[in-house]
Ligand binder design. Structure first.
Ligand code: ZN
Length: 387
């Protein structure tokens, strides 16, 4: 039997199949065609020696900014190469007025699979520094619904950045939030809400959301947090998680605080999905890449299988593609990450410049995207370490 690629001898972790064992993975015609103890690779075009490394489904980053024509936007394909990420969700960089251009110029040209949210603000994040919804005329719920209808295959939901300096306070803040919720319901999709200095409390905000909606930047510090002053996760937040509201990490350069994460984990409150919120201002630290963000959770004691699940299988469910993405099932798209587990002393920094020292760092060593090896697959953090 001839294969395009055989990945030999790695420790395969695929939470979608509750699988963790050393075995080989074979790829042909862009699909996973075999996962078993020993695969004959004598006729394989390419053999990857993964002994001592982890082999997981391609990572899915549920919060990125890859519209290069907007401030802070990054090139999606180089992000893929830099971190084992084969699928990403642009978190509402574009709105109804510029989504067509985003699709034409970026989504359709990229080799990496990009899904996107549509911002409630018609201009998206083009002038994010001015507060994209401070002027209510920029809220375009009908335009969001029409945009999603036009781009059903890639536009999977709605985004709002619910900070008081972005959506306004009091009635205006709520009116913008309610427009975003309504756009999600009317388009039969879901809403991702960015929290931080929000005009409403986070439990109030969570109460307004439905199962399947998502709060991102869930470990942000500041005046609006998921934890109270004693460090306990609010009951309303726990209740929202139990009824299916999702909580996404969205690390970013202002949204990941060691104390809030640790307090939340101590309360048994885990994120649904790990994501980076990677953009031009944090790719050279403190975020670097997806594997570094995952490593921070390993350091905080979250088990490896859970960390992989939050970075593959769970986001695949959110994107509504659990059979094809975030899995190594036979017949699924051959999106695969090979991750090295480096041991040593590694400095990890949160978004508030606080450092912790960890002993383990995940680094993407090889990325297979739709059955092909991505050139230059070394991790971003790895490059930083070697400089
Ligand atoms: Zn973001």
């Amino acid at each position: 039997m001839s294969y395009d690629i055989v990945i030999r001898g790695g420790e395969v972790i695929d939470p979608s199949q509750k699988m963790r064992q050393v075995c080989d993975v074979a790829v042909s015609d862009g699909k996973v065609v075999a996962v078993q103890e020993s695969i004959d690779c004598s006729d394989a075009t390419t053999v990857i020696d993964a002994r001592g490394q982890l082999v997981t489904p391609g990572l899915i980053d549920l919060h990125v900014h890859v519209y290069p024509h907007a401030p802070l936007g990054l090139d999606p394909d180089s992000l893929c190469a830099a971190g084992g990420v084969t699928t990403m969700l642009d978190a509402g960089t574009a709105g109804s007025y510029n989504f067509d251009a985003f699709r034409r110029d970026t989504i359709d040209r990229a080799d990496t699979q990009i899904f996107s949210l549509v911002n409630l603000s018609c201009i998206g994040l083009i002038a994010a520094n001015l507060g994209e919804l401070l002027d209510r005329r920029y809220a375009d719920p009908d335009g969001v619904v029409a945009t999603i209808e036009r781009h059903r295959d890639v536009a999977v939901g709605v985004k709002i950045r619910a900070g008081a300096h972005i959506i306004g306070t009091g009635e205006q803040g709520w009116a913008n939030l309610n427009d975003a919720i309504q756009a999600a319901r009317n388009s039969n999709t879901w809403l991702m809400v960015h929290i931080g200095e929000s005009p409403m409390s986070i439990p109030e905000l969570a109460e307004a959301l439905s199962p399947g909606d998502c709060i991102t930047h869930c470990f942000k510090a500041g005046s609006t947090r998921v934890t109270d002053d004693s460090g306990k996760v609010f009951e309303g937040i726990q209740a929202a998680a139990e009824r299916g509201v999702m909580f996404d990490v969205g690390h970013g350069y202002g949204s990941f605080n060691w104390d809030v994460v640790q307090n939340s984990l101590d309360c048994g409150f885990e994120p649904t999905t790990i994501s980076t919120d990677i953009h031009a201002k944090n790719i050279n630290g403190p975020v670097y890449d997806m594997a570094t963000t995952m490593s921070k959770f390993l350091m905080l004691g979250v088990p490896l299988e859970r960390v992989i699940e939050m970075s593959t299988t769970m986001p695949a469910k959110v994107l509504n593609h659990p059979d094809q993405l975030g899995t190594l099932r036979i017949g699924s798209v051959a999106d695969i990450a090979v991750l090295e587990r480096l041991t040593g002393k590694f400095i990890f920094t949160d978004s508030y410049r606080q450092q912790k020292t960890g002993t383990e760092l995940l680094v993407a060593s090889t990325t297979v995207r739709r059955g092909e090896i991505v050139p230059g697959g070394g991790g971003r953090r790895m490059q930083q370490l070697s400089e």
